[in-house]
Design a protein around this ligand. Structure first.
Ligand code: ADP
Ligand code: MG
Length: 391
């Protein structure tokens, strides 16, 4: 049996009742569009947050005892409707989801939880949403009537707003809950309708490069960008930037002012690029897809101003390697100010590309990057014993 089951037995003296796994995610294109009701194109990655869980007889005062093997931390808190509060600890992500379930009528119960993950934390691959969606899957096992699969992404998004204080969009939670193996998730963030786009060319791969630049200012700057987008909408008299075309933004340039104009220009152009990228995949036009990635990056750097020097360095190095070296395109991915670069590459050249990026990045920044190659993975699920072998 899998290590986490062994560890659960060791710590809690019995078998887990359920083991769930939720993947991390990477967004290929469509950045900072989700909270503008636009389009995104993420995929789940072959890295997972696993929770092993079992009910415990907690008497009259139910509590959760949660252990993270990654942090080597244990936290115990009471399970009571209306009284859960964020404390700045990692368990806020669990508590936030639990609070939403309790509000929808879940009966408080005591639980032991063991969390183990190979999604790197704080790098923009959404370990936070993986933890949340995994927790939601556990609670769905407790009471299958309370929350439907369709409700999980928005529920987790609300939990992140309330308990982590970051006004995130719906992309991460939606992708992590609903992704399909060998498919990208083309999501319309207004209607929450998703198209699962086949992405299974055996010669192509998605390379994720972690810059190891921590995104310390991210939550403040993220909220600031959101506010600027809302301000642009107010000036143009529209509900969301989704409702503006590139022409509308151009026409409103004067009244928008420089900053709001550039923010709006990024979002509207990025929506168009995302739609175009889906078409490019349909035609297996990888060169076109790669070009859209580079243009997305330039727009995020210049207009949306959420990149940073190290990330720009990595994208420039990818550009220099170019198609001859097996790189079709690259861009920053995630909220920005550090985190990861995503690239579309020729699979057979992956090792050479990583080697070249590693050496160049060290020369330029004195930092050591981490790189992951992934195919599109399926969304969060309850594991059967035979699944556990493969994680
Ligand atoms: P990202 O979602 O990009 O990885 P965030 O800062 O949004 O970065 O989320 C990272 C936080 O999520 C961690 O600091 C921790 O609080 C929580 N977290 C994620 N995975 C785990 C885990 N396996 N164990 C404990 N906490 C986790
Ligand atoms: Mg996160």
């Amino acid at each position: 049996m899998n290590e986490i089951v062994e560890e659960f037995r060791r710590r809690f003296g019995r078998d887990p009742e359920w083991v769930v796994a939720a993947p991390g995610r990477v967004n290929l294109i469509g950045e900072h569009t989700d909270y503008n009701d636009g389009f995104v194109l993420p995929m789940a990655i072959e890295r997972h947050t696993v929770i092993a869980a079992a009910r415990r007889d907690g008497g009259a005062e139910p509590s959760i005892n949660a252990v993270s093997l990654n942090l080597d931390e244990e936290d115990e808190f009471a399970v009571e409707r209306g009284s859960l509060e964020s404390t700045g600890k990692w368990t806020d992500y669990i508590k936030g989801v639990l609070a939403e379930f309790l509000e929808r009528g879940l009966a408080p119960e005591s639980l032991d939880l063991l969390v183990s993950s190979d999604v790197p934390m704080g790098c923009g691959l959404s370990s936070s949403a993986a933890l949340q969606v995994a927790m939601a899957r556990v609670l769905q096992q407790l009471d299958s009537e309370r929350v439907s699969d369709e409700e999980v992404p928005a529920l987790c998004q609300t939990a992140e707003h309330k308990f982590a204080g970051v006004p995130v969009g719906i992309m991460d939670q939606f992708c992590i809950a609903n992704a399909r193996q060998n498919h990208l998730v083309f999501l319309d963030c207004r209607t929450l309708r998703a198209e699962h786009i086949p992405f299974n060319d055996p010669d192509k791969a998605v390379l994720i490069v972690d810059s190891k630049v921590s995104r310390e200012l991210r939550s403040g700057a993220y909220a600031e960008r959101r506010a600027e987008c809302d301000e642009a909408c107010r000036i143009m008299g529209i509900a969301k930037l989704r409702d503006a075309g590139e022409e509308t933004v151009k026409a409103a340039r004067k009244s928008l002012g420089d900053v709001c104009y550039r923010r709006a220009r990024h979002v509207t152009a990025e929506n168009s690029r995302t739609i175009e990228a889906v078409a490019a995949i349909g035609h297996k036009d990888w060169v076109r897809f790669g070009d859209l990635m580079y243009r997305s990056h330039d727009s995020l750097r210049n207009d949306f101003e959420v990149s940073c020097e190290e990330i720009d360095t990595l994208v420039d190095m990818a550009r220099n390697i170019g198609i001859a070296g097996g790189v079709f395109g690259a861009r920053m991915t995630g909220g920005g100010f550090g985190g990861c670069v995503v690239a579309l590459i020729e699979k057979i050249k992956a090792d050479d590309i990583v080697e070249e990026l590693t050496a160049g990045y060290r020369r330029a920044t004195d930092k050591a990057l981490s790189a992951y190659v992934s195919s599109p993975e399926s969304g969060a699920r309850l594991l059967e014993p035979h699944d556990m072998e493969s994680l």
